[in-house]
Design a protein around this ligand. Structure first.
Ligand SMILES: [Fe+2]
Length: 259
């Protein structure tokens, strides 16, 4: 199944290719040199030469928060020229997007956000593939996208003003056209203030299941004495080394076993 998804070559629509090209250029121009974001973008860009397959799930769908899309696009068009081109490409894609909600028990959050998948393995993604995920997040004013984490690293391109955070750190505002990099497994969140926030996120989906299970479980355990911490640390070092050599992935960002 995975192989067939990766090998399927389809002709991308012109507007989808325009979106991918403009966003790839905008991200790479801001990622710098030899930064984690730049290295992630190199990996992701290399994968983009091969198309996935077109989705069978092509029913467009909007959600309440989508009422903020047109104002958000208009705002981005006042930004740097390459960001304006990204906004125009998204405007072209908008009629076919199938927006969805992140699972949550919070009605305020549910009514105040919408996610769309452009590339990915969920049925709503326009192009089906399991090696790269590209999506859009849109939030109404005054909404916090709650703390979450996932194995793939992630590069956000901010298409409006808004705030991003790692763990319990301070909120950071990259500004319109800024980027924000999330290492694998790090807990992160974003929030809007008095204007809607929207962003485009790229995530590489190279994972290593046994390692991710291990990293998650060590995060959940409480180590109540120094000997237990040292043992856990030794196991984590071994797991990190194996993850790099066997799976070719970067270990998770945090020293969970020592917390
Ligand atoms: Fe994320």
């Amino acid at each position: 199944m995975r192989t067939s998804l990766l090998m399927a070559m389809v002709h991308r629509s012109q507007i989808l290719q325009e979106f991918l090209t403009t966003t790839q250029e905008a991200n790479s121009a801001r990622a710098g040199t030899n930064t984690s974001a730049a290295i992630a973008m190199e990996r992701l860009s290399a994968s983009m030469d091969i198309s996935g397959s077109a989705s069978d799930f092509i029913k467009p769908r909007t959600l309440p928060a989508c009422s903020f899309l047109d104002p958000a696009i208009a705002g981005a068009k006042h930004g740097p020229m390459d960001i304006a081109r990204v906004a125009s490409a998204i405007k072209g894609l908008a009629p076919v997007l199938c927006w969805r909600l992140k699972a949550s028990g919070d009605p305020v959050f549910a009514n105040g956000h919408a996610n769309a998948d452009i590339l990915g393995s969920v049925p709503e993604a326009l192009e089906q593939r399991d090696d790269v995920r590209i999506g859009l997040s849109l939030m109404a004013p005054g909404i916090t996208y709650p703390d979450h984490s996932h194995p793939p690293e992630e590069v956000y391109l901010a298409l409006s003003r808004g705030f991003w955070r790692h763990e319990a750190g301070a909120w950071h505002e990259p500004g319109l056209g800024g980027i924000f990099y999330n290492p694998r497994g790090i807990t992160h969140a974003m929030r809007s203030s008095c204007e809607p926030v929207w962003s485009k996120n790229w995530a590489g989906v190279r994972t290593c299941n046994w390692y991710d299970d291990f990293a998650r479980s060590t995060k959940c355990l409480s180590w109540d004495n120094e000997v237990a911490k040292r043992v856990a640390r030794a196991f984590l070092d071994l797991a990190n080394a194996a993850a790099v050599s066997e799976c070719g992935i970067e270990p998770w960002a945090c020293d969970y076993a020592a917390s």
